[in-house]
Design a protein around this ligand. Structure first.
Ligand code: UVW
Length: 323
């Protein structure tokens, strides 16, 4: 991933010099940060959100011939068959007693190349990652705060859909369109819901749905994703609300360039590096959103487990919302 450094305006270190941190809050060895808020009591309470038993899977299709939405510079997953009936027709299949045939394949992918959890150590500044670990621990693989820790814990809690696009009367937010924590609360109120402490925020902009409707030139041509935008108040709200996880249908969870400071993706640092809030990106939310609009139920049990990729910077995931 390469980011251009904006020469005019503050560095991310300057922008976040007074931003709060949760470092040390869960001990010197912590690697899952705000997921610690998802205690057994929180999980039991979240189960109370299940009313109808309807389930929604939130991963986009992967290795999709229609394309995989990825951050510019990354590529979608590539899946290759290495065994199928063609091999048996050609006499190259591995025959076994009883005559059963089989298909095999393998796949290469960016670990951030589908719906995914970022490891807490995925993005940093000033030589330190989440919890104050030395950034050198990332060399050759994430020795600290890798996605494996998140995978071993798993993520289960009360999810709340915040359908910002529908609330603003749009199919999809505009290029670079921003919203704040106050908008999240207003959207929740308009939906007849309220964001509670320790909720998993599932935020819909319509952006990933757009990927499948327009040309690649249009989607990537003026690439400034819509999303949350940085302010000290927003960061304080996320900390006070003990938000464990943000899930969005955008590639990077926040407006690509902070329109005030010019800093690229400051919330990756303010929320993930400093507060330990996990980020889940490229989620497929359109089906869930249609159902929430139809039945008026915007809260659900959210469950997700990324893959246990040792030292990984992230991992594909297929979260499930159970209403
Ligand atoms: C970037 O690093 C740009 O985004 P992500 O968090 O999706 O990996």
């Amino acid at each position: 991933m390469t980011h251009t450094h904006e020469e005019v305006g503050p560095s991310v270190k300057e922008l976040l010099k007074d931003s709060p941190k949760n470092w040390g809050k869960w001990g010197p060895d912590d690697e899952v940060g705000s997921l610690n808020y998802l205690t057994p009591e929180v999980v039991i309470a979240a189960a109370g959100s299940i009313k109808s038993g309807k389930t929604f899977t939130l991963q986009v299709k992967m290795a999709n011939p229609a394309g995989d939405p990825v951050w510019p510079g990354r590529t979608g997953a590539v899946r290759i068959n290495v065994m199928d009936e063609g091999h048996f027709i050609a006499g190259k299949g591995v025959e076994s007693a009883g005559g059963a045939h089989y298909a095999d394949d393998y796949m290469t992918c960016f670990l951030q190349g589908s719906t995914q959890y970022d490891a807490l150590g995925h993005v940093w500044y000033d030589g330190e990652i989440w919890n104050g670990y030395d950034a050198k621990t990332t060399i050759g693989g994430m020795g600290k705060a890798s996605v494996c820790a998140i995978a071993e814990k798993g993520v289960v809690g009360r999810g709340i859909l915040l359908d910002i696009a529908r609330w603003r009367g749009k199919d999809v937010l505009d290029v670079g369109e921003t919203f704040t924590h106050e908008d999240l609360q207003a959207c929740a109120a308009a939906q007849g819901t309220e964001i509670q402490r320790r909720d998993i925020l599932v935020i819909r902009t319509g952006w990933i749905g757009k990927f499948y409707r327009v040309s690649r030139e249009e989607f990537y041509g003026d690439f400034v994703e819509p999303g949350l935008t940085h302010s000290d108040e927003l960061v304080a709200w996320f900390q006070q609300m003990e938000i464990p996880n943000i899930v969005t249908d955008t590639i990077a969870n926040e407006v690509t360039v902070d329109p005030v400071s010019g800093v690229v993706l400051p919330l990756h640092n303010a929320l993930m590096r400093n507060l330990g809030i996990t980020l889940t990106e490229i989620a497929w939310l359109d089906d869930l959103a249609d159902d929430c609009a139809a039945d008026g139920q915007y809260t659900f049990l959210y469950a997700a487990a990324p893959l246990k990729v040792v030292n990984g910077t992230g991992s594909p995931v297929n979260p499930i919302a159970i209403k």
